[in-house]
Design a binder for this molecule. Structure first.
Ligand code: C5P
Length: 287
């Protein structure tokens, strides 16, 4: 049996970080959005009793460090099945971009396996496995537009983002997530996104109101690489974006456009200068 599943990328419409908790993690308040840019996941069910993975990118680990492998192992254990699976990951989402590439592959494995075996696990059970796999996996499993709190696993569904085109650009460097959290902890005072304002703009279907308020606290940690992020943001705004921010801990930056042609036009020059750029669209609820 072969299962094919899309693993959609995630963007942060906003990202706020609270204090470091006892367990070393930080409490987050984020508005998250699924977009059509996706990895293709193929799962071949076999009788080996083992989970294996292969990817088109040679530098991606294919052992237990790969969240897709971890998620598959958890699913087989919880569903009480012993078959085993060979997972193929065709990666299109840039790695080290803040777009939840690893988490969304894991979420796609959970959705795909559960669908193929006629839903032995409930949505709640899948969400529990997702949270055990990684912080962003639960959101990637559900998809659409959501408010995420806690480590990212406390989810509330929101009204869909109004129709728009998104231009994403990732510069050639990546940023270490733990390093940015540490920088944020040692920085006195910080701006916070107007999460409440974004929530009411979402409720009203007011794209301009959402875009005007988009904000990611990690852009403000005093990291020198954020200069490049600011440069890309300016280019997106100059091209007609209603708003532009970095997603997650970066390094990808995106702009939201009401005019698709404006978004398409900025891709070629961004790709030439920074390496990766593409347009994408919001995707709604997945589960
Ligand atoms: O979730 P992920 O494994 O990508 O997180 C990497 C690191 O980022 C964690 O080990 C932790 O240091 C930091 N982190 C955090 N608070 C969160 C999520 C991640 O401090 N909510």
């Amino acid at each position: 049996m072969t299962i094919n599943e899309k693993a959609y990328a995630k963007l942060n419409i906003s990202l706020d970080v609270g204090r470091r908790r006892e367990d070393g993690y930080h409490d987050m308040v984020m508005i998250m959005q699924t977009v059509s840019l996706a990895d293709d996941i193929r799962i071949d069910i076999n009788g080996s009793g083992e989970i294996s993975a292969l990817s088109n990118l040679p530098f991606i680990p294919c052992d237990e460090r790969n969240l897709a492998v971890k998620a598959a192992r958890l699913w087989f254990e919880a569903a009480g099945r012993t078959e085993g699976a060979a997972i193929s990951l065709n990666k299109r989402i840039p790695v080290g971009a803040g777009m939840a590439g690893g988490s969304t592959d894991a979420a796609a494995v959970l959705r795909g396996l559960n669908r193929a075996f006629d839903s032995p696990l409930s949505k709640e059970e899948l969400l529990d496995l997702a949270s055990k796999t990684g912080s962003d996996v639960a959101f990637c499993l559900c998809g659409g537009t959501m408010l995420a709190k806690g480590k990212g696993e406390v989810l509330t569904r929101l009204r869909d983002l109004p129709d728009c085109t998104v231009a994403i650009c990732k510069p050639r460097f990546s940023v270490s997530t733990p390093e940015l959290f540490t920088k944020l902890d040692t920085r006195p005072g910080r701006h916070h996104p107007d999460t409440v304002g974004i929530l009411s703009s979402l409720e009203e279907g007011d794209l301009r109101g959402i875009c005007r308020r988009m904000y990611n606290v990690f852009e403000d940690v005093g990291d020198r690489r954020m200069k490049v992020v600011a440069e890309i943001k300016s280019k997106l705004i100059d091209a007609g974006a209603l708003g532009a921010i970095m997603t997650g801990t970066g390094s990808a930056v995106f702009g939201i456009f009401s005019d698709e042609a404006d978004a398409e036009e900025v891709i070629a020059p961004l790709r030439k200068e920074y390496g990766f750029a593409t347009t994408t669209r919001p995707v709604g609820k997945l589960l």
